[in-house]
Write a protein that binds this ligand. Sequence first.
Ligand code: RFL
Ligand code: PHB
Length: 393
Amino acid sequence: MAIQQRTQVGIIGAGPAGLLLARLLKVHGIDSVILEARSRAYVEARIRAGVLEQGTVSLMEEAGVADRLQRDGLVHDGVEITVAGRRFRVDFRDLVGKTVTVYGQTEMTKDLIAARLAGDGPIVWEAADVAVHDLTSARPSISYRAAGLEQRLACDFIAGCDGFHGVSRSALPAAISQTYERTYPFGWLGILADVPPCSDELIYASHARGFSLASMRSPTRSRYYIQCALDEKIEDWPDARIWDELELRLGADPPPHITRGPSIEKSVAPLRSFVSTPMQHGRLFLAGDAAHIVPPTGAKGLNLAASDVHYLCRALMAFYRKSNDDMLISYNDTALARVWKAERFSWWMTMLLHKLHPERSFEAQMQRAELDYLAGSRAAQTALAENYVGLPF
Ligand code: RFL
Ligand code: PHB
């Protein structure tokens, strides 16, 4: 016989989407239980995103977990773009009056976990065999195994925040679900190192040898990426080869000073655009990577997870406070409208900056013309800035 528990919102996944949702719900008086497949140590060590839109920062403030973010986050007024060694700057503050904040997803996750464990409610770590049930009834539930025991969590609603490889999305009936996908013939090789960043701002570089990105986590920790083949083997990339390649690809006049140091993390990630619709079925609501993936070029993934959570939290508040389910019913349409715009921007920025094959193709010529246009047009830079800092939600 399974152990029975009950909560208002059962949340699957303790990534940024699940943790932020749980915290916002708590602040607004709604209880939840989080079920996470991995251990706390694993979740807190995962290296991922680094750029937060103003809207995401505001949600962390609303959630009452922004102290460290306000103290350590680096506010960036713009980005640099280098095209074949020629550098120009897109000034967000000047063009659209907004900024972004560089603060690691790892740190954001730690802040949210600490707040949760300080009394908000449980996170069940290493929950196995998570499955959702009775989604179209008023009493859905989640079954799982933890500490060797079969358990069942009865809830009013289920939030599927379990990322791209989670189980929630597969609960959508095949007859109503539709997926849209774009893969790219390249990946990103990332390196994290405890060295000062080579620039005060991020540098996105388009180069004949392939795209590269200079980013950071703090004034003493740098994050770099280079475009690589999908089957690239990390063993073929000793640190020295990565630093050599970054120097070539980020080279400009004047060249940025790249400080070398031992890598503390190195990985290859494929690039993907993916949207699964609908984002709701009965009382199951998907949020974040569970429903959509963007290539990392526009730094949108984590921020999209945050805007989904905002819409879902508002909808649940209206339900519990005013017995109004209008926003729950429109969640799919509201969230997807913003998702598709971020998908467009991430796809556009990916196709703009990566080396395309064949180099003499019409597409590659269009890319050169677009980069040239962007370098010289305030209107084009304004469109980039407006999307990069995040469309309103
Ligand atoms: P996550 O972070 O994948 O969390 C999902 C959680 O669910 C758990 N889980 C399960 N739990 C229970 N039962 C199951 N069956 C489960 N299956 C999975 C997982 O263990 C995990 O803890 O999804 P979430 O919360 O939607 O957050 C999404 C973001 O993590 C993601 O979009 C970003 O990291 C994407 N991203 C970036 N986004 C940005 O906004 N700005 C950036 O600068 C940025 N850079 C990046 C990125 C992603 C990258 N990679 C590696 C994919 C850079 C990279 C390299
Ligand atoms: C990062 O710092 O990890 C990062 C920054 C900007 C991006 C993608 C990743 O577009």
